[in-house]
Design a protein around this ligand. Structure first.
Ligand code: 8YV
Length: 325
């Protein structure tokens, strides 16, 4: 029997996924579950036929350009692949895959959860109660905002953006408009009739009560929400980011919030994870989650199995189902 392909996972994975990897490959896992250092990534690329990286691994052109790279596939655990230099992978003939579809519902749910948390001031309420500061019910206590009837602007109308539109319209009676995050790639027309395209990003920002980001991080969407665009948002609007931190200029967001221009913000992702600016932590009207978009047992297993399928196909010489480069 020929030796089984060597596959290295950069992080510890749900048990079912690790078992599936062990069944099919000579699977290797780190002893401690922390982000791999560049030297460890270089060794994994040198010693493995397939790598299973995550968002915490910067797979740079330098790493992929090293002389002794043996890996034939980077089967990313997650849909976003901004941490992988795709051009460098392409020029080296290394396949890159991701895990679409399986995390759409959970990520859309989390965006809606953040909208509710910010609009209804739920984080503030919970902190008050836990701190023993709740003095009892009163008519004017922690009054938030009603979601029904609000105008939701979605930036990035792919799978997750559409799933958010579905929830927002059907469950919450919101009015939804959308734009693509990329000016060069307009979104495919929406056949569902749930949402209408906005005339432009600027028009969407000016008319929305809530702006929710669902575009990938690319050079074009880096700091898409800069100070000029934040200034176009309605006074008392809410910004939600479950996409990637650097789509928002965090310093500009802090300034807009400090100036009292926004009702609040709900963030699951940050520019320099796991660092979160102290200014944001100090603001009561900001909800901060630690990158939990896809963090359910069901979805993390499904993501892992999707990566296993991509590895299996590619290492058997077949086209992998979720190739992105
Ligand atoms: C993942 C995500 O948890 O899929 C993505 O793009 O942001 C998250 O759902 C993370 O990327 C794991 O690598």
């Amino acid at each position: 029997m020929p030796p089984r392909p060597i596959v290295t996972a950069t992080r510890r994975l749900p048990d079912a996924v690790e078992s599936a990897l062990r069944e099919r490959f000579d699977a290797r896992f780190p002893e401690t579950d922390r982000p791999m250092r560049p030297g460890e990534l270089a060794a994994a690329l040198r010693d493995s036929d397939g790598l299973l990286p995550t968002v915490t691994d910067a797979i740079t052109a330098e790493l992929l350009g090293a002389e002794q790279v043996r890996a034939r596939i980077l089967a990313n655990f997650g849909v976003g692949v901004n941490h992988i230099d795709l051009d460098a992978a392409r020029s080296r003939g290394i396949v890159v895959t991701n895990t679409p579809d399986v995390l759409t519902d959970d990520t859309a749910d989390l965006a809606i959860a953040l909208m509710l948390m910010v609009a209804r001031r739920l984080g503030e309420g919970e902190r008050e109660l836990r701190d023993g500061r709740w003095a009892g019910w009163r008519p004017t206590h922690l009054m938030g905002r009603t979601l029904r009837g609000m105008r939701l602007g979605i930036i990035g109308y792919g799978r997750i953006g559409r799933a958010v539109a579905e929830r927002a319209t059907r469950a919450f009676g919101m009015r939804v408009r959308y734009v693509s995050g990329s000016r060069s790639r307009p979104p495919a027309p929406d056949e569902s009739g749930l949402a209408e395209p906005a005339e432009s990003l600027e028009a969407l920002l000016a008319e929305s009560d809530i702006v929710s980001l669902h575009c990938p991080l690319t050079p074009e969407t880096h700091h898409l929400m800069n100070s000029e665009r934040l200034a176009l948002m309605r006074r008392e609007a809410i910004l939600i980011n479950t996409a990637r931190g650097p789509v928002v200029d965090e310093a500009a967001l802090v300034a807009a919030l400090r100036a009292g221009r926004l009702f609040g913000a709900g963030l699951d992702v940050y520019e320099r994870e796991p660092a979160v600016p102290d200014e944001l932590r100090a603001m009561e009207n900001v909800v901060l989650l630690p990158h939990l978009g896809s963090a359910t047992m069901e979805t993390r297993v499904a993501m892992g199995m999707r990566a296993v399928d991509n590895l299996t196909a590619c290492l058997a010489g077949d086209p992998p189902p979720d190739r992105v480069a």
